[in-house]
Design a protein around this ligand. Sequence first.
Ligand code: 7RM
Length: 648
Amino acid sequence: MSGVNITSVLQETRKFPPAKEFSATAHVKSEAEYDELWWKAKDDPTGFWGSMSQNLDWFEPFDTVLEGEMPNTKWFVGGRLNASYNCVDRHLKTWRKNKAAIIWEGEPGDTRVLTYQDLHRETCKFANVLKSLGVQSGDRVTIYMPLVPEIIVAMLACARIGAVHSIIFGGFSADAVAERNNDAQAKVVITADGGWRRGKEVELKHAVDESLEKSHTVQQVVVLRRTGTPITMVPGRDHWWHDLMAEASPDCEAASLDSEHPLFILYTSGSTGKPKGVLHSTAGYTLGTMMTSKWVFDLNDTDTYWCTADVGWITGHSYVCYGPLANGATVMMYEGAPNWPHDGRFWEIIEKYKVTIFYTAPTAIRSFIRWGDEWPNKHDLTSLRLLGSVGEPINPEAWMWYHKVIGGERCPIVDTWWQTETGSIMISPLPGATTTKPGSCTRPLPGVVPDIVSKEGESLPDNTGGLLVMRQPWPSMLRTLYNDHERFLKTYFSEIPGCYFAGDGARRDEDGCYWVMGRVDDVLNVSGHRLSTMEVESALVSHPLVAEAAVVGFPHEIKGEGICCFVTLTTGDGDDALKQQLKDHVRKQIGALASPDMIRFSNALPKTRSGKIMRRLLRDIAAGRERVQDTTTLEDYGVLAKLRASEE
Ligand code: 7RM
């Protein structure tokens, strides 16, 4: 097939070199320093990671940095350590003992601060609670909680005793909980009565009760009182968090665990079939998240760092909990929605706590744009010094808005490419070193060796779209899919032999910067040309009336695939004249090849709960198929009916 490569049509030439003042105090201060680190890691990965590993506290030193080849690698073989010790205990020996580890605000406006000492006490007590419930090293514990400090306590308590946590995002249904409990054979579930979201209660305990009718491995349930709503407590099975904690001892030594001891499972949905239980290990993951947090977010002791992700996603695991805490940072957490009780809630929080580093997703940024500049403009955001983006390609228009309106043209933006499977950030600017370009995640971090290849695995030249792969293993990569090593091998390592295949399409430009074009499953094939949906979307969003767009292919008699665009407007309902205008706009931006065949207006798009557009559902709708595929990860079911009604 000639269409192995993906034609890239996105034209973006703006460049933003790091400001001198930022570089002066940054951990990595220049392009040259970055290059030196990167080449050191490339030429001598074991030497590099061996020396980086000294940033962790070890109970027993390791013998070998790396054993085996991709996909079956072991890191820091023979070493023993504990992730909870590295995130908490080691800071108690320093002045950070009384430093705020977590500054938390609930959606109703209640607040709490936990110092590292507080976090240590709570973690130790809860680790003893888990032990008293019969949890042993290696057992799986499900966590299904709102975004409250106790979710971090629960994670660290598991890590402390070697139990493997499996967090299920609080927005998932009872069935999703049951499926994951069963797959992981979970022994204990930690939940809350409920959580707050847009002023409504998310009834977590009810969902757990329902899930337990279908998942029979769970013996005990711990329930945190958060909302105070009446719930049923099953005697012998269900226990209140506060009752158990009142009895628990604050002394609990961190278990000495093998480097490769499993730290957690996180289920991530594949496009088909049952969710994949991505498994991460103790040493490699903790080191990866620690080093990348330091390099990418340039964490300092004076920072108030806020990653808006829910802890139920990998971004929350790596960049709310493990990475920043391993660095002894102060982490801001906010329980609720960005638009409750008003559309300026995030900016209010930044002003109130003088947040310095803010890390969020493009889907959120596009909502902020839609809600209007008056919200951020009402608040003093001058405490911010660094902005981050994750989860999807960020379109240059959204990047520029983020840069101007939130960053005051002062803050570098780190567009971080990585995956649940990679554990930590792989490709991203280093804010004091890298010249950024709107829409590019720029260059690989030290120890990361990506490439762009054809289907046959041949390296492609610069500026040619192809498959994004990793040629060398890295410490925080997933070790397996829980209970399904075959699927692990097939999904990530069979497509391009000898490489990790990420599933994304991308190109590398003449400066060595990567431009991710989205999942290869989403690529369009129009008259034999393979086009990235994201690039057409980006062209649409550059029109002032378009807030968000999702582009999919549909069967087309002549072209093979036609281009169907689902468009959310900033204002108004849209009409035929606007449809024509948008078609012309795309043609003008990227050429006749990408000219849309169909525009459909809709006030919402189907998204996963972490904000990624579910294009496979849109493909069904564009093709007029009634029966849609698996929708369990869809955030708002009503949106499908609305989309069908948007027909041309
Ligand atoms: C962290 C996370 C992974 C997929 C990945 C990409 C997309 C994430 C970016 C991005 C372009 C980015 N984990 N993706 N970050 N695409 N630029 N900065 O999102 O497992 O949930 O998703 O997300 O397609 O493969 S994830």
